[in-house]
Design a protein around this ligand. Structure first.
Ligand code: C2E
Ligand code: MG
Ligand code: MG
Ligand code: MG
Length: 292
């Protein structure tokens, strides 16, 4: 009967949901275990000066290869880590490695070099996080000058004054703060006024619109000008084409990051890239690393 087949369908859906649920649980257990064993890796993507082609900083991006499923994208394991309260462990892993790579890179370049790490909204709101960062800085007093923190607008909506305070304290210790994925959140321009930020990263979605969308171009130009007037460094992320690069140059954007320059690469590949970079005389044509 119809009722019977409806019931069967409901049962099948139930079973498949239960299976998915079990799969997620197992995936989460493996993530926890791999984190405990330090089996996640971190990739690095360069951020370069649009005018001189010089290497300015790098962004640290977490990578996880699950033994059963293979590479799992951050868009999947970051939410899982959040749900399972594994972000402190993940951030710690990324922080330690980013710091080490920043110091090695600084040595290679003969100047101070920062590596940026991404923070989740929840971390910025937690007192525990602030304490952990302070403790880290006590043990590594130099670290502040080698690190940058990326926060999204999303992290600000619940408690702008609180997060502003936290970031202000961290900034006073020497850390650099970047507002990530700018343009995708709900923030008003007032955020820029209230938040202590050194850098603003224009989201990839705006950069993609630069070639064909006059409106996007206008908005991006306005954001670049505003940031410059506020003395905030502007970075365009997700730059994939030479045309986009040209547009950004016309707008006087400060720095760029994206596949056109380099994909995020392993530590070994990163250090090789830096070696190559030091050999290049800085100039507008030095934007691409010589060896890839
Ligand atoms: P995000 O911070 O905005 O990082 C930039 C993302 O854009 C990275 O994706 C990067 O690989 C990608 N990307 C860079 N250039 C291009 C380009 O030219 N074209 C395209 N299509 N994509 C480009 P990924 O590594 O998959 O990370 C995604 C997001 O996951 C990050 O976005 C960040 O929010 C989060 N995430 C990654 N690692 C961490 C971490 O260690 N901690 C936290 N809290 N979040 C992380
Ligand atoms: Mg980021
Ligand atoms: Mg970003
Ligand atoms: Mg983004």
């Amino acid at each position: 009967s119809a009722a019977q087949s409806g019931l069967n369908r409901a049962l099948i859906i139930d079973q498949s949901r239960a299976r998915q649920h079990t799969e997620q649980l197992r995936l989460g257990q493996r993530l926890r275990r791999d984190l405990q064993r330090g089996r996640l890796s971190v990739h690095y993507q360069p951020v370069v000066d649009l005018r001189t082609g010089e290497l300015r900083s790098a962004e640290a991006l977490a990578r996880w290869t699950d033994e059963e499923r293979g590479p799992v994208p951050p868009a999947e394991f970051i939410p899982l880590a959040l749900e399972l309260n594994l972000m402190p462990a993940l951030t710690r892993l990324v922080l330690l490695r980013a710091y080490r790579v920043a110091r090695t890179t600084s040595d290679l370049l003969g100047r101070n070099f920062r590596v940026a790490l991404n923070l989740s909204a929840a971390e910025l709101h937690s007192e525990d996080f602030r304490e952990r960062v302070s403790r880290f800085m006590t043990h590594h007093p130099q670290a502040a000058h080698y690190l940058e923190l990326e926060v999204t607008e999303q992290a600000l909506i619940h408690d702008l004054p609180g997060v502003s305070h936290t970031l202000g304290v961290l900034q006073a210790q020497g850390l650099s703060v970047a507002l990530d994925d700018f343009g995708t959140g709900y923030s008003s321009l007032a955020v820029l006024q209230q938040l202590p930020v050194n850098k603003l990263k224009i989201d990839r979605s705006f950069v993609q619109g630069l070639e064909h969308d006059a409106r996007q171009r206008l908005i991006t130009t306005a954001v670049v000008n505003l940031a410059r007037q506020l003395n905030i460094t502007v970075v365009a992320e997700g730059v994939e084409t030479a045309r986009q690069l040209q547009r950004l140059r016309e707008m006087n954007c400060d720095q760029v990051q994206g596949y056109l320059i380099s994909r995020p690469v392993s530590t070994r590949q990163w250090l090789e890239q830096v070696h190559g970079w030091t050999a290049v005389p800085a100039g507008p044509n030095a934007l691409l690393p010589p060896r890839r």
